[in-house]
Each structure stands twice: as structure tokens, then as C-alpha cells.
Design a protein around this ligand. Structure first.
Ligand code: ZN
Length: 169
């Protein structure tokens, strides 16, 4: 099932999410729906708060479904190690049609759990590291525009307000 994706301005996108403690069928169903929603968008990552669920769950596929075996579903993800730096253009399904350059680690190690509650460690570099950092940010109520300089951020916010007034957001 494809879920509606919340857009910037919705207060749920600025909340700190709760850790997942129950690994049940409902969690599996949520993850499945998030994957469908991400692929339909299409996007390379999605965090539960973007579909109105304030739980620490992310799905990531840097090929956006183009290559099999690239899908990662991670519960309670935490960046436990990071190194290097990248400074690339970034977007967000909750802030459609806007991008900005964001500084991210080049390489990360992320710990978390799979949908059955088993410990899982994932490494990522380049785009994958960036997506992990972006999605974990979502679980803490942080959006990519929060990393931009004040001027760039205000320009985007002003344009969004204009779209809201025009009924286009
Ligand atoms: Zn995002």
C-alpha cells in the first residue's frame, strides 16, 4: 500500500521518534508499505515519520529499486562511526522540487536491528552514507534544509510559503 508522504510544514516531521520495541506483523506491514511508497515516489530512502509514524524505522535503496538486493530496512538505526566528508546536492520526498548542498560524512557504519529484532550492522559510503545520515536525521526531527545556511534556507522556506498560499503544497 502506498502511503501519503508528509510535506514540510507538517509538525510530525519535526518530532523525535520513539525506538521500536515490538517486532511484530504490524512492523513488517509498515516496512512493506514504506518500501512500496519509496519506490513509487520514486526515492532512495524513506523514514517512518514521513508517513506519519513516529517510530525509528528507515528504508533505503540507493538504486531506487533498479537493482535487486539493494534494499535495506533498518530499525532503531544509529550511526556509530563516521569518517570523511562529502558536500553534495540533496533533496527530500517531503520537500519536493527543492535541493541544497549538505555536508555529510563520506563513510558511515550504522547499527540497528532487522524486522525480527536481530542486531544488524551496515556500512555505507558515498550516496549510501548520505542517505543513511539523511534518514537518521528524519528520526530526530531534522530535515536537510536545517543543515543549509540561513540565507539559502530562508529562500526555500519563502518559496514553500508561497506554494502553500497558492494551494500547491
Ligand atoms: Zn528526507
Amino acid at each position: 500500500m502506498i502511503l501519503p508522504i508528509l510535506k514540510y510544514g507538517n509538525p510530525l516531521l519535526q518530532k523525535v521518534c520513539e525506538p521500536v520495541t515490538v517486532f511484530d506483523k504490524a512492523l513488517e506491514a509498515l516496512a512493506k508499505n514504506m518500501v512500496e511508497t519509496m519506490y513509487a515516489a520514486p526515492g532512495v530512502g524513506l523514514a517512518a515519520p514521513q508517513v506519519s509514524v513516529l517510530k525509528r524505522l528507515i528504508v533505503v535503496d540507493v538504486t531506487a529499486g533498479e537493482k535487486p538486493g539493494q534494499l535495506i530496512r533498518l530499525v532503531n538505526p544509529e550511526i556509530i562511526n563516521q569518517e570523511g566528508e562529502q558536500y553534495e546536492e540533496e533533496g527530500c520526498l517531503s520537500i519536493p522540487n527543492f535541493t541544497g548542498k549538505v555536508r555529510r560524512p563520506y563513510r558511515v557504519i550504522v547499527s540497528g536491528k532487522d524486522l525480527q529484532g536481530r542486531e544488524k550492522i551496515v556500512e555505507g559510503e558515498g550516496l549510501l552514507a548520505r542517505v543513511f545520515a539523511h534518514e537518521v536525521d528524519h528520526l530526530n526531527g531534522v530535515l536537510f534544509i536545517d543543515h543549509l545556511g540561513a540565507i539559502k534556507r530562508d529562500i526555500i522556506k519563502r518559496k514553500i510559503r508561497k506554494k502553500v498560499r497558492a494551494g500547491e503544497w
